[in-house]
Structures are given as structure tokens and as C-alpha cells.
Design a protein around this ligand. Structure first.
Ligand SMILES: Cc1cc2nc3c(=O)[nH]c(=O)nc-3n(C[C@H](O)[C@H](O)[C@H](O)COP(=O)(O)O)c2cc1C
Length: 345
């Protein structure tokens, strides 16, 4: 969560953003590093939306590595920022939604707010008759991801079993935010201690698939973000497009949850050198991805970048906390240069 560091040069009205190297160990797998790049893209979208909401001119400067983005405010004194309500209200909602279909006017507004972003496309699936089959495949991806011991350990390591329902923990996910039933909660607690054979034979893994399937079936639709390539800069654009869609959905008072197991599996497949145990499951992973693409009508050349479900639901039980600002903000360095400027907002 929040895998970034900010360097603020107040005299020059400039802010530089980079990945927080000290947190790399928290994203040990390529799929997690990709999720961090998407989260970084979402942050950049927030910065640009705050600037345009306040009528500020934000100049984008070529970042000096390791910075991934550098912005300078043209205003001498910009005053206090007001943050758009959608950014303040955006939240992950893992409840079951009420299955209401989306009306055409809402869909039209969503489409309008999510145009193509340098080749990164946002697709809206609102025909609810397609959701059961797609939910089945996303549930299958959850099961496959959980069946892979290394990926499972990495997911479980983010859960705060010590602070089950606390909203304000700065690190990791509280169990409360997962909206689990009592049985599911119990299962999750004992899971880390279960031997591999028991896990496979007890049906515990497919229980996860069932949750994912029901979550999709209860939604009003899915939002898919695709990119022509899968490199780092394109992930930042995918993250921005994902955040645009999420903020547009929040403005329409729709609940949202990213469902990224399939994206994570595909990333793992493309970049990690699989070990012998993983090798056996590769075909199944590929098949799930191919079936999802076919079922959602995606062009096979486009890489799947993000999947969100959305719908109508009560507010989430627990909202995740944030790291305090001081933990990722440093003061100015003189090393940031600005050879040329481009107005971006
Ligand atoms: C790139 C990315 C991928 C995510 N993938 C998932 C996911 O697969 N399943 C899920 O339930 N939440 C997912 N989330 C939601 C995060 O867990 C959530 O944003 C984080 O815990 C902070 O909570 P908040 O969104 O309520 O502020 C994802 C978020 C991001 C930015």
C-alpha cells in the first residue's frame, strides 16, 4: 500500500514522486510490483485531478530517475487545495452488491469520463447476462492464485490478523474490510497453518472461487482496462485509467472493488521463470485468461491491465487507514532539474 515517496521543494513549488525503495521487500513478486505501478498511476491521476479541480496549472517536468514524475505548480501562491469529493469518498467495497442494472444515462457519463489514454482503453460491460460466466472465471483465477503457495503466502502476509476490525491501521488489510462471513474468517485464520495436502482436499481453495463468483454476479457490471503493451510506463497509464474509472463510478455513488487475480496471474506467467510445481498449473492459468478474454469480447492483442466490478451496495464495514504523510514526505533536494515543461492540467 502507498508504495511511494514524495520530495517537496517548496521554494520552487515542485514535487517529485518515486517508488519507496525501502518497501520493495513488501512487493517481492512481479505481480505485486505491477500492482505498485498501477497504484502509482492512480496517485498521479489524483494529483492531476486535484490541480484541475483547483484551477491550478501543473507543469510536468521530465523526472530525474529514480523519480517517476515531477510536477511544478505555475502559481506563485496556490493557497490551500480543495480535494474533489470523489477522491475523498473513493473506497474499496467488498460487500455483495444488489444486482441492479445500470441505466443508459449513467453508462453514457462513465464512458464520457474515461476516454482512451495513449492507447490504454476502458471497456464497460453492463450486460448482466454475461456476468455469471465472467464471475466464474474470475473466481477460478482467485482459486488458482491461492493454490500457488508463494502467491498465497504473499497475499496472507498483507492481512492484519492482529487488528481484525481496526479501520485506521496504516499497513496491511484488516479482516473487517474483506466483508467475510464468520466461517470464511475462521478459514482464513487457520489457512496459514494448514498443510498443503489438506488445503487441496478440504475444498478450502474453491471456497475462495465461490466468493469471487458471487461478488461478480451481484454487480451491475465490470470495467476492464487494457493496454497495447505491458511495460512500466504503460502500467502507470493503466493505473491512471483505473483511477479515472473508479472516481467516475464514485461520483455516480456506485460501489467498486478491483478484482486483480487474473491480472496478477497473467503478469506472473509473462515475467516470472516458473518452477517445476508452477509449470504444471501454467496451462490452467493460461486457459482461464484466454476464456475471460473471449467471454468479455477483448481483442487478443491487448494486455489486460485492470478489472473492477461495480454496483449498488451499502457502505463498507471498515475503511482502510493510510500511512501518515510524514512517513513518505521528504524535503527538497537541489538535484531536481527542469529542462523543459509541458502543461498537463
Ligand atoms: C492496483 C490495485 C489492485 C488491487 N487489487 C485488489 C484485488 O484484487 N482485490 C481486492 O479486494 N482489492 C484490491 N485492491 C484494493 C486495495 O486492497 C485497496 O485499495 C487498499 O486496501 C486501500 O483501501 P481503499 O481502496 O478502501 O482505500 C487493489 C487496489 C489497487 C490500487
Amino acid at each position: 500500500m502507498q508504495p511511494w515517496r514524495f520530495t517537496l521543494d517548496e521554494d520552487a513549488n515542485r514535487i517529485s514522486i518515486q517508488f519507496d525503495e525501502s518497501r520493495k521487500a513488501l512487493a517481492a513478486f512481479v505481480d505485486e510490483q505491477r500492482m505498485d505501478r498501477l497504484a502509482m498511476g492512480a496517485l498521479l491521476e489524483n494529483i492531476e485531478q486535484v490541480a484541475s479541480h483547483n484551477g491550478w496549472q501543473l507543469l510536468q517536468e521530465p523526472p530525474t530517475p529514480p523519480a517517476v514524475a515531477t510536477y511544478r505548480l505555475r502559481e506563485e501562491r496556490a493557497g490551500a487545495a480543495t480535494v474533489p469529493p470523489a477522491i475523498l469518498n473513493r473506497v474499496t467495497n467488498r460487500k455483495l452488491y444488489d444486482g441492479r442494472p445500470l441505466v443508459a444515462e449513467v453508462l453514457a457519463r462513465l464512458v464520457e469520463k474515461t476516454p482512451a489514454l495513449e492507447g490504454v482503453l476502458t471497456h464497460w460491460i453492463t450486460d448482466r447476462s454475461r456476468l455469471p460466466a465472467l464471475g466464474n472465471l474470475l473466481g477460478r483465477a482467485d482459486t488458482l492464485r491461492f493454490a500457488e503457495p508463494a502467491l498465497r503466502r504473499s497475499l496472507l502476509s498483507k492481512l492484519r490478523f492482529d487488528q481484525p476490525d481496526e479501520p485506521d491501521i496504516a499497513e496491511g488489510l484488516s479482516l473487517g474490510s474483506l466483508e467475510l462471513s464468520g466461517v470464511e474468517r475462521f478459514g482464513l485464520r487457520v489457512l496459514p497453518r494448514m498443510p498443503e495436502w489438506l488445503l487441496r482436499w478440504s475444498g478450502a481453495l474453491s471456497a475462495f472461487g465461490g466468493t469471487g463468483r458471487r461478488q461478480v454476479e451481484s454487480a451491475s457490471g465490470l470495467c476492464l482496462i487494457t493496454a497495447p503493451t505491458g511495460n512500466g510506463p504503460s502500467d502507470l497509464l493503466v493505473g491512471r485509467a483505473m483511477q479515472r474509472a473508479w472516481l467516475a463510478l464514485t461520483t455516480e455513488e456506485l460501489a467498486v472493488q478491483p478484482l486483480m487475480s487474473l491480472v496478477g496471474l497473467e503478469t506472473f506467467l509473462q515475467q516470472e521463470s516458473p518452477n517445476a510445481a508452477t509449470e504444471n498449473r501454467l496451462e490452467e492459468w493460461r486457459a482461464a485468461g484466454a476464456a475471460f478474454r473471449a467471454g468479455s469480447g477483448l481483442d487478443g492483442n491487448n494486455r489486460l491491465g485492470a478489472i473492477l466490478r461495480f454496483g449498488f451496495a451499502p457502505a463498507p464495514t471498515v475503511r482502510c487507514g493510510r500511512r501518515p504523510l510524514e512517513s513518505f514526505l521528504s524535503n527538497a533536494t537541489a538535484s531536481i532539474t527542469s529542462p523543459s515543461n509541458t502543461v498537463v492540467a
